[in-house]
Design a protein around this ligand. Structure first.
Ligand code: BTN
Length: 247
């Protein structure tokens, strides 16, 4: 992965660029990296703050020969690879928070936005979009996210090399992608569960405008969150936001 890197000083979104390159025939493993994004995209239609030359904004093109229903495993796999890269570079142990946020000290240091282009029975390509706050100063975060976001530099007390981080992340992604293609879901699910420690956590979930409070049971093999609500109902959550230990 990353044998070909398309590098931009600034771009609307590395995911949009990678999507276009993939439509135009770019090969598996080609990556897009930008110094800044003008329309960096986060989950659930949110913006992803992308100031220049401090962080990592990466999108990688994959062309896996798997059915579309298995695509969510690639998101879990990419979250595990990102957590491993954060750990290797910082020496700190991150937590994966459902669905795929990477936390250090309870604050978000990286997020993933994966996009799929598929037919009924075949994936044409998947874009793994990964944003990692590397050298961002805490003061640069907007007031709304200052208490919930962090950067490697903030947690480590020193700057990190963006090149070294990118190399480490691409290596981890490649290693995990090979494991997934050879062995399927089990090792990916195990590594995700080990790093997420989700079972039994009290949480509040906001999904499609509905808020539920309960206990996390597990994730299913598609990465959906299963919870037991306060009134004893089992619920499966496909997309949403989670708050741990709500008051
Ligand atoms: C999230 O909301 O947690 C997901 C954030 C994903 C941000 C990355 S930065 C690189 C890639 N390009 C984008 O526009 N978004 C993703």
């Amino acid at each position: 992965m990353g044998k070909t890197i398309h590098h931009f000083q600034t771009i609307d979104s590395t995911n949009s660029k990678a999507y276009q390159l993939a439509l135009d025939g770019a090969e598996e493993g080609e990556a897009v990296v930008a110094e800044s994004q003008e329309k960096g995209r986060g989950r659930l239609g949110r913006p992803w703050y992308s100031p220049p030359s401090l962080n990592l904004y990466l999108s990688v093109i994959l062309r896996p020969r798997i059915p579309p229903r298995e695509a969510s495993l690639l998101t879990l796999m990419a979250a595990v690879a990102t957590a491993e890269a954060v750990e290797e570079v910082s020496g700190l142990v991150p937590l994966i928070k459902w669905p795929n946020d990477i936390l250090l000290g309870g604050r978000k240091v990286a997020g993933l936005l994966n996009e799929i282009h598929s037919g009924t029975d075949r994936i044409h390509f998947v874009i793994l979009g990964i944003g990692v706050n590397l050298n961002m100063d805490g003061k640069l975060f907007s007031r709304e996210i200052r208490n919930v976001a962090t950067s490697l530099r903030k947690e480590m007390g020193r700057a990190v090399s963006r090149k070294v981080f990118l190399q480490t992340l691409l290596q981890k992604l490649e290693a995990w992608y090979e494991i997934f293609l050879k062995e399927g879901a089990p090792p990916v699910l195990k590594a995700w569960r080990d790093r997420a420690q989700i079972k039994g956590r009290p949480l509040r979930v906001t999904s499609s405008g509905e808020t539920l409070t309960g206990i996390a049971v597990d994730i299913d093999s598609n990465g959906n969150l299963m919870i037991m609500t306060e009134d004893g109902r089992q619920k499966r959550i496909l997309a949403g936001d989670v708050e741990y230990d709500p008051k």
